[in-house]
Design a protein around this ligand. Structure first.
Ligand code: DQA
Length: 150
């Protein structure tokens, strides 16, 4: 199983960026954690980050025939990007949307997610652990003994 892990704008600043909200772990530490956790589940996890909407769209478009699932934290594009929503709808891969913070406890403009309309599930508020929870959820989804794809 191959999983594409995408992080959007400003997530390259993790560790330095508003640590009281996003924690002190850097993006590369977070990505290593995900690759390692993925290995334990038998997943090949490829990590990518961009501050550009079009780049994220292109990675999603290219994922259709190469990956089995997508985990995405679209950062602020969550709340604005119909282009990312459309890209996810076009590839039709099981997608887990992850946010480090609980977007529903924060400013009103963070409460809406366009991306959620294409997501199999959404995890928010658990910090870096949310990414591992996303991998676990996909593992269960792909496990032949589980029936969680509804
Ligand atoms: C975020 C929440 C977004 O509202 C914000 O713009 C981010 C990070 C999160 O992980 O909590 O960049 O996606």
């Amino acid at each position: 199983m191959r999983v594409l892990l995408l992080n959007g704008p400003n997530l390259n600043m993790l560790g330095r960026r508003e640590p009281e909200i996003y924690g002190r772990q850097t993006l590369s530490e977070l990505e290593s954690l995900c690759v390692e956790h993925g290995q334990g589940l038998g997943f090949d996890v490829l990590c990518r980050q961009s501050n550009y909407e079009g780049k994220l769209v292109e990675w999603i478009q290219g994922a259709g025939d190469k990956y089995n699932a997508i985990i995405i934290n679209p950062g602020a594009y969550t709340h604005t990007s119909i282009a990312i929503l459309d890209a996810l709808l076009s590839v039709d891969l099981p997608t887990v949307e992850v946010h480090l913070s609980n977007i529903h406890r924060r400013e009103d403009f963070r409460h809406n997610s366009y991306v959620s309309k294409a997501a199999w599930g959404v995890i928010c508020g658990f910090g870096p652990q949310g990414y591992l929870m996303a991998l676990d959820a996909l593992f269960r989804r792909f496990s032949p003994t589980e029936t969680m794809e509804a």
